[in-house]
Design a protein around this ligand. Structure first.
Ligand code: ADP
Ligand code: MG
Length: 242
């Protein structure tokens, strides 16, 4: 049975990405520090010592995973809304993920058209990264990651499909809920929340279909850019903020 869910307005949960990042990262750092302090105790049995070190490392890994889901492309400079070429941005993210795909024997196939959308580059890349990373992680024993771009009425469709483990209806419904993960301590449950938030900020919608043991398709619809970009004094094309 095919299951399908459409969501555009769901993410009132977290108002600002930036505000939540420091909070998210601080928790595991504080936990890690706590276990390191415990290690200072004298006469600590070797077993305990090993356990504390293991937990401290796990917490640091968690902090790293959270940063990956939020800030892979972040830059100190303020971001601006500009014209983005979906083909270029998708290719950039594929380059970054290729080693991960190779490790799981995931083949990447693309059919891309250089349409333009408007948005903040780093956020758009982060969104694509989170979706494609999930797709690769859903195929631990190999499979096909397919990325397809087309025009759908006045929208650009970016469809990211995998042949991975898929999701049950219950999982599909919880997707994007903060901290919902099926990956144990390796997951953050923040990746899709970030995705929804970013697509919403770009006035887009997202539709996900999935079937257990068959795979998942994530379809993103973004408004086709209105032409007439203005040229700024730096000569770089920018689009006025909406
Ligand atoms: P994380 O990847 O850290 O678990 P996400 O928010 O990125 O957090 O994803 C939440 C959950 O949604 C995942 O743990 C997984 O169960 C499910 N999921 C997301 N994308 C896919 C996919 N392409 N295939 C199967 N399950 C997925
Ligand atoms: Mg993820």
């Amino acid at each position: 049975v095919r299951k399908r869910i459409i969501r555009a307005e769901k993410m009132e949960v977290v108002s600002h990405l930036a505000a939540s990042i420091s909070h998210e990262v601080r928790n595991p750092l504080t936990a890690s520090r706590g276990f390191m302090q415990l290690l200072e105790q004298h006469h600590l049995p070797l077993e305990k010592r090993k356990e504390y070190i293991r937990i401290a490392i796990e917490e640091l890994d968690r902090a790293e995973a959270i940063i990956t889901d939020y800030l892979t492309f972040a830059k100190p400079a303020p971001e601006c809304v500009e014209k983005l070429n979906v083909k270029t941005e998708i290719e950039r993210v594929i380059d970054i993920l290729r080693p991960l795909a190779n490790m799981s024997s995931v083949e990447i196939q693309t059919s891309l058209i250089p349409f333009n959308v408007k948005g903040e580059r780093e956020k758009f890349q982060q969104c694509l990264l989170n979706i494609m990373k999930n797709a690769i992680e859903a195929m631990p024993n190999g499979g096909l990651l397919d990325i397809y771009v087309s025009l759908n009425k006045n929208n650009i469709l970016i469809r990211i499909s995998d042949t991975g483990v898929g999701m049950t209806r219950e999982q599909l419904e919880r997707l994007g809920e903060p901290y919902f993960t099926t990956k144990g301590t390796k997951g953050t449950g923040l990746g899709m929340m970030v995705v929804y938030r970013i697509i919403e900020s770009m006035n887009g919608t997202i539709q996900i279909t999935s079937e257990v043991n068959k795979g998942t398709q994530v379809s993103i619809y973004l408004p086709l850019i209105q032409s007439l970009p203005y040229t700024s004094s730096t000569g770089k094309e920018k689009i006025l903020a909406y």
